[in-house]
Design a protein around this ligand. Structure first.
Ligand code: ADP
Ligand code: MG
Length: 238
């Protein structure tokens, strides 16, 4: 059963069409990367799946349920964006606990889940610090931790590493891949970086001008690019 299913999804702002004919199935446990140049519609598509953006046409299903309304609370998702958006006045511990408090979880449950997330992301020693006392990479780990405390079935990432320097980016890629292996959940990851796409994805969705250009494994895209654009973007020798 597909976790996320898009049928003929469309997005327009007035007469400006920015996504068209988007058909896609994402299976449970898959690591799917949306890749494409700036302006190709990656973030908009992710935000529609996340319930943050109105859908102009087509059907979006999560867990076989139609969820076309704009409502992030009706689907079990965790989201991490480029800007960390941690609460500056709260400690790391309270930042991690925040989504659980909002969901009215019990105190003991909050303590256990915050502890588990902190362990998984190796930020246990940072729990009493404030965000301004953390490095960029540490902040991003806290942001990821905050997205996983509610144990969402599906994670959405929008260019989560683009503010980090190269070395840290490589470390975080490894960490996210490890997290995916440990949690076994579905991850949808947006990037304009083809290296990130090729190294992290089970399945890559190449977007161009609001349409899907090709869907396939990194191996498929490299060896059998469907178009010159894909070949050029992925860097295969075609
Ligand atoms: P990407 O994430 O691939 O860079 P986006 O999804 O952010 O692309 O944007 C896709 C296109 O939609 C761009 O041309 C962008 O200018 C346009 N767009 C995004 N948001 C709006 C908006 N609120 N109103 C009008 N156009 C928008
Ligand atoms: Mg974007």
């Amino acid at each position: 059963m597909a976790d996320v299913q898009l049928d003929g999804i469309r997005k327009a702002y007035g007469s400006l069409e920015i996504l068209r004919d988007i058909d896609l199935e994402i299976e449970h446990g898959e690591f799917v990367v949306f890749v494409g140049p700036s302006g190709s519609g990656k973030s908009t598509l992710l935000r529609m799946i996340g319930g943050l953006e109105h859908i102009s046409g087509g059907t979006l299903k999560i867990d076989s349920r139609v969820v076309n309304r704009v409502d992030a609370a009706d689907r079990n998702l965790g989201m991490v964006f480029q800007s960390y958006a941690l609460y500056p006045h709260l400690s790391v511990r309270d930042n991690l606990a925040f989504p659980l408090r909002m969901a009215k979880a019990r105190k003991e449950e909050i303590a256990v889940k915050v502890g588990n997330a902190a362990k998984l992301l190796q930020i246990e020693h940072l729990l009493d610090r404030k965000p301004k006392q953390l490095s960029g990479g540490q902040r991003q780990r806290v942001a990821i931790g905050r997205a996983i405390v509610r144990e969402p079935k599906v994670f959405l990432f929008d260019e989560p590493l683009s503010n980090l320097d190269t070395e840290l980016r490589v470390q975080m890629r490894v960490q996210i891949a490890k997290l995916h292996r440990q949690l076994g959940n579905t991850m949808i990851y947006v990037t304009h970086d083809q290296v990130e796409a090729m190294t992290m994805a089970d399945k890559i969705v190449v977007l161009k001008d609001g349409r899907i250009e090709q869907v396939g494994s990194p191996h498929d895209l490299y060896h059998k690019p469907a178009t010159q654009f894909v070949a050029g973007f992925i860097g295969s020798p075609r």
